[in-house]
Design a protein. Structure first.
Length: 247
């Protein structure tokens, strides 16, 4: 065994025991272990790491550790441009698309409300989620750090907060979702596209109060569910507006 000194920064420290936070620490390392192996052995999923320095040099996760190195590990910082430095992974092209694990159904609905293509199956197995994320270039969302250590997962986010609205804000801040949001363009129920429908074509499907008060309607192209600008829409609109304000 050799010894390597590690230092983790920002929210990556939350994956560590308290005695290892806010400081550099040495740990035993098998000969020629990869940086990824050691980082995940210490409890940090590889998907959370945006920048990795070994003795001050930017390297990839497959870097072999010889011993006696100093390894510094950073998450993505929205205010720090690290593009000139070796990236650990390329972001998927186009607006971000997601697949959420079984515990994030509320977050999945809110992401759809904001216009982000988000798959969710509360019976989905971990291997299936990982395979779907890789095959479709989706970002895997989970609170299971072991799932993010799956070798098939190229892009993932560990969700730190517990309530759906706070989780949505966390992702907006972390992934800079503001620019690519398209609110109320996807069905909350099935993730399919919405289109505007003529009010007269859906009158027989509307509750009396809605028929009296609402003029504009959207329908899902898949499940035919109807949407209108009622109290739920106003609450969701207020939530989206709050995402541009300081947390």
């Amino acid at each position: 065994m050799t010894t390597v000194t590690f230092r983790f920064y920002a929210h990556l420290e939350g994956f560590l025991p308290s005695q290892r936070r806010g400081r550099a620490f040495a740990c035993a390392c098998p000969p020629l272990a990869t940086a990824r192996h050691m980082i995940e052995a210490l409890g940090v999923p590889h998907t959370e790491v945006a920048l990795l320095l070994v003795d001050g040099h930017s390297v990839g996760l497959d870097q072999r550790l010889q011993g006696e190195e100093r390894v510094t590990v950073y998450p993505k910082f929205e205010q720090l441009d690290i593009s000139p430095i070796t990236p650990l992974r390329q972001s998927p092209a186009g607006p971000p698309r997601f697949v959420a694990d079984a515990h994030l159904g509320g977050l999945a609905r809110l992401l759809r409300m904001a216009g982000f293509d988000t798959l969710f199956d509360n019976a989905g197995a971990d291997a299936t989620l990982a395979a779907t994320a890789r095959r479709e270039a989706r970002i895997l969302l989970t609170r299971d750090r072991d799932l993010l250590k799956h070798r098939a997962v190229a892009h993932g986010c560990y969700v730190h907060t517990l309530k759906p609205a706070a989780q949505l804000r966390e992702l907006y801040d972390r992934l800079d979702l503001h620019a690519s949001a398209q609110p109320f363009s996807l069905c909350l129920n099935c993730n399919a596209a919405l289109r505007e429908v003529d009010r007269h074509d859906v009158l027989d499907r509307l509750p009396p109060r809605v028929r009296e008060r609402q003029q504009r309607f959207l329908t899902c192209l898949h499940c035919q569910r109807l949407y209108w600008e009622g109290s739920h829409w106003r609450r969701m609109n207020a939530l989206l507006a709050s995402l541009t304000e300081p947390g």
